[in-house]
Design a protein around this ligand. Structure first.
Ligand code: SF4
Length: 257
């Protein structure tokens, strides 16, 4: 494989996406969508967390040949779950397959599962969990659900027979082994691992430089090429593990892929 052949971002996961909000209450400090919204003056660092519905006029709910990532530039939260359920229903009416990507709020996941249990073959859950430690999650993803909420969501989806996968992108600490042991038994599909992209620049823009710089440095050190290669070598033959572009690139550069 060559670096030029790598897909990146949401295209690694699905050819289509569907979004219905501007802003996200989770307010993750490393958020790509937040940085873009600030750059194009749709939002500010302060008001990104205020969720606003975008117009659905002209949006297609027709059948797509390939998975639709839902959502990709915000999240499904208690503030928008009712609208999310309506949109999921419309997309499923056309027999679409949805990759639901979220930092799962337990009540939201319960609502989706209760409403669409009979459509489980068209729904793939991908829950983002970058650490098993609440202090770490809270530092980087201040308003997102805690670990218990996310883990309970994973177990519920698994026990109800849905396809489950995990996104550890970005990894938020150097304790992937601990997280893996906890979540793996409830994952039917894949566990994706990725680095935090553009950490320093993005976090500074998103937080108006109020985020502790030493925490960025610590994470950047944990995600040095050497440490990433060690992680890659440890898990490369594990059939559930998938590598995001940020890690594949390092593997290619070092002749490992
Ligand atoms: S959940 Fe996703 S969209 Fe929302 S702030 Fe976090 S990274 Fe951004």
């Amino acid at each position: 494989m060559e670096k030029k052949d790598l897909k990146f971002g949401t295209k690694e996961w699905a050819p289509y996406n569907f979004n219905f909000m501007n802003g996200c209450s989770n307010d993750c400090v490393y958020c790509y969508a937040k940085e873009m919204a600030i750059r194009f003056k749709r939002k500010t660092s302060e008001n990104w967390k205020e969720e606003e519905t975008v117009s659905l006029k002209g949006k297609s709910f027709n059948k797509k040949e390939g998975n639709i990532m839902f959502p990709s530039s915000h999240d499904i939260t208690p503030g928008n779950i009712e609208l999310a359920l309506t949109i999921i229903e419309k997309l499923l009416e056309s027999n679409n397959t949805l990759l639901i990507v979220t930092k799962p709020n337990f009540q939201c996941i319960k609502s989706i599962i209760n409403k669409f249990e009979n459509k489980k073959n068209n729904i793939f859950f991908r829950f983002t969990i970058g650490s098993s430690q609440n202090t770490v999650l809270q530092l980087w993803e201040p308003n997102a659900p805690n670990f218990t909420d996310r883990f309970s969501s994973l177990k519920l989806a698994y026990n109800k027979g849905f396809s489950t996968s995990i996104s550890c992108e970005p990894l938020l600490d150097n304790k992937f082994d601990i997280l893996y042991k906890i979540i793996e038994p409830y994952v039917t599909d894949s566990i994706w691992i990725g680095k935090m992209n553009m950490a320093s620049r993005r976090v500074k823009i998103n937080t108006n430089s109020t985020f502790p710089i030493e925490k960025i440095d610590e994470l950047t050190n944990w995600q040095s090429d050497k440490n990433i290669i060690d992680l890659y070598l440890k898990y490369k033959d594990n059939p559930k593990i998938q590598w995001k572009e940020s890690i594949k690139k390092i593997a290619i550069e070092n002749g490992l892929l």
